[in-house]
Ligand binder design. Structure first.
Ligand SMILES: Nc1ncnc2c1ncn2[C@@H]1O[C@H](COP(=O)(O)OP(=O)(O)O)[C@@H](O)[C@H]1O
Ligand SMILES: [Mg+2]
Length: 311
């Protein structure tokens, strides 16, 4: 038998480097499994090991339009063979649909933004009139701020729909959403690894806008200008009871690794609007965090490889 390994299912090699470096430092055997154009032999036996799905909702933007459906099949095949999968089949569906995230959050009693999910484009302009202004539009299958825009008036939205900047969402579903006016210009992201809280970070929305990917691979260097301070800050000492509620939610939905995003509004609400199950960690945060996520991940996978070997 070959040695047991961690297999990481994904489609973006740029996001793998920091994970690979952390696993290598700890001597954890790992291999990336790039999804996209490939053959899956349903009669084959999957390799021995533990599998971690990191299939991203934005895979189609990197030239991998089939990666999502291929991952669905691979995860069903792995489950059929009894393999231990972290962030498996059910989690993939949450990753791919903000409607599924919001419905599940709402059912669990979280405050979520009022949201209309609109299939196709014909009803968009009329549906938007059910929301007061300003409002947000975004793609149901999103990630990295895809299609996230703020509209001050309905007429502005009509003009956007008719104009050259309109990008139809993959899968055809657009969300129209209540705009959450934040008490401070920031969002908070709570990172969960192996079902445990590791840390919370804030992202500066005054400077960062809507594209708030914390991965180093997402940073666009400023052309020739002075180095900018990071958009991300460790939210040290964050201990709100919402953490425990996220952990319960994660356990109930078999989410083992995720970042939960919320906004604290000017009128005192704490509103959760995004569950990232393909989460990336910021190197500057990792360097100062009392419990770095990459170390927690490595410990978690060591434990799983150990118990997979015992079976
Ligand atoms: N309803 C909203 N009100 C105010 N800001 C929002 C709202 N929804 C999203 N944003 C802003 O846009 C960013 C990206 O939206 P999000 O739903 O997290 O999509 P993605 O999955 O692409 O990250 C958020 O981090 C936040 O800054
Ligand atoms: Mg987000």
């Amino acid at each position: 038998m070959p040695p047991e390994k961690l297999y990481v299912l994904h489609e973006n090699p740029a996001w793998y480097a920091p994970l690979a470096a952390a696993f290598d430092r700890a001597g954890l055997p790992h291999e990336q499994w790039l999804l996209g154009d490939a053959v899956l032999d349903l009669d084959a036996e999957p390799p021995a090991g533990v599998f971690w799905s990191r299939m991203s909702a934005s895979s189609h933007t990197r030239g991998h339009p089939y990666a999502k459906d291929q991952t669905r099949g691979v995860l069903a095949w792995l489950a059929g063979a009894g393999r231990r999968v972290v962030n498996g089949r059910r989690v993939l569906e949450l990753e791919m649909s903000k409607v599924e995230q919001l419905a599940a959050l709402r059912a669990a009693g979280f405050d979520v933004p009022r949201t209309l999910a609109v299939a196709g484009a014909t009803e968009l302009a009329a549906a938007a009139r059910k929301l007061p202004v300003p409002f947000i539009s975004k793609h149901n299958q999103g990630g990295k701020g895809l299609g996230v825009r703020l509209f001050a008036t309905h007429a502005e939205f009509d003009a956007y729909l008719a104009g050259p900047d309109y990008e139809p969402p993959v899968g055809g579903i657009t969300l129209l959403q209540e705009y959450l006016a934040a008490a401070r210009p920031e969002i908070t992201r709570v990172e969960v690894v192996g079902g445990e809280f590791v840390y919370a970070i804030t992202a500066d929305t005054a400077r960062g806008g809507f594209e708030l990917c914390p991965a180093d691979a997402c940073v666009v260097p400023a052309a020739g200008g002075p180095a900018q301070p990071s958009l991300f800050t460790l939210r040290a000492g964050f201990s709100d009871p919402v953490i425990g509620r996220y952990l319960d939610f994660a356990a109930r939905h078999e989410i083992e690794i995720a970042g939960f995003e919320f906004i604290e509004t000017a009128d005192g609400r704490l509103v959760t609007y995004d569950v990232n199950t393909t989460t990336n960690y910021n190197a500057e945060i990792e360097a100062v965090a009392p419990r770095p996520a990459l170390a927690a991940l490595t410990e978690f996978f060591w434990r799983l490889l150990g118990s997979a070997a015992d079976r």
